[in-house]
Design a binder for this molecule. Structure first.
Ligand SMILES: [Zn+2]
Ligand SMILES: [Zn+2]
Length: 251
């Protein structure tokens, strides 16, 4: 059986990579922002590509919730760029997110901050895979990811994602220098990872988020309707701005 749940090795890989990218992002991004560096426009476009499109539209709405159908081109496009936004192939991310929806707020929920262990472990669980509570796969979960396991391109990404991610980072650094390594690699991926941390933190006070979802939607690319999202996971009709993109690419 294909390994669908992050193994201990994968959890180490994911956790170390999350920490590295977040370190480079939060350590260096401010000086570019204070100086209004025009190259941040490229960072922003790439952040939308890997975070808002690859991760939110691809991994979350399409691969996990099957909220719409699209062409093979857009399917593969979203999968390819989603690898950067999550630093991994879709299978583990989708399985983890399905668990989150099924076990919301219980100790089985991979992202719940409400854990019996300690408030600190709960806080870590919202953003670092090492502490996410991911139970063994069962039949229901396998059914949920079956469409990915039978897709050759998805399984290719699943296998080679770490090479794709680190390879891209190293090539950009060697060819274009440290500035572009930050601007075109770390910051866009950092945006996507930090947006995902925020969505998980929402569970601390989901009502507050729901009341303020308009500006949150803008900041994190359309994932602000989290309360509605848990009530109707396939409905994206109020999720701006990704709704416009999904309506454009859906078939
Ligand atoms: Zn949630
Ligand atoms: Zn969801």
């Amino acid at each position: 059986m294909t390994e669908i749940i992050p193994t201990k090795y994968d959890r180490h890989y994911l956790t170390i990579t999350y920490l590295l990218i977040t370190f480079f992002t939060l350590g260096w991004v401010w000086q570019y922002i204070w100086n209004l560096d025009p190259r941040l426009i490229i960072t922003y476009i790439l952040a939308v590509l890997v975070g808002t499109l690859g991760t939110n539209v691809g991994y979350h709405r399409l691969f996990t919730h099957k909220a719409f159908r699209t062409s093979k081109f857009w399917y593969n496009f979203l999968a390819f760029f989603g690898v950067y936004g999550t630093v991994a192939g879709p299978v583990g991310w989708v399985a983890t997110h399905l668990h989150h929806h099924r076990h919301l707020g219980t100790d089985m929920d991979p992202h719940t901050p409400w854990t019996e262990d300690s408030w600190f472990v709960g806080w870590l669980r919202t953003f670092l895979p090492y502490w996410m509570n991911i139970p063994q796969p069962d039949v229901k979960l396998l059914v949920g990811v079956r469409h990915l396991l039978t897709n050759k391109f998805i399984m290719f990404l699943h296998k080679w994602a770490p090479i794709q991610v680190y390879g891209t980072g190293i090539v950009i650094w060697l060819l274009f220098g440290f500035d572009w390594f930050l601007l075109a690699f770390c910051f866009p991926i950092g945006y996507s990872l930090i947006s995902q941390f925020f969505v998980n933190w929402f569970h601390y006070d989901i009502d507050f988020v729901h009341k303020n979802r308009k500006w949150i939607n803008i900041v994190i690319g359309g994932e602000g309707n989290h309360k509605e999202h848990h009530e109707r996971p396939r409905d994206y009709s109020n999720d701006y701005p990704i709704k416009y993109f999904i309506d454009w690419i859906k078939t």
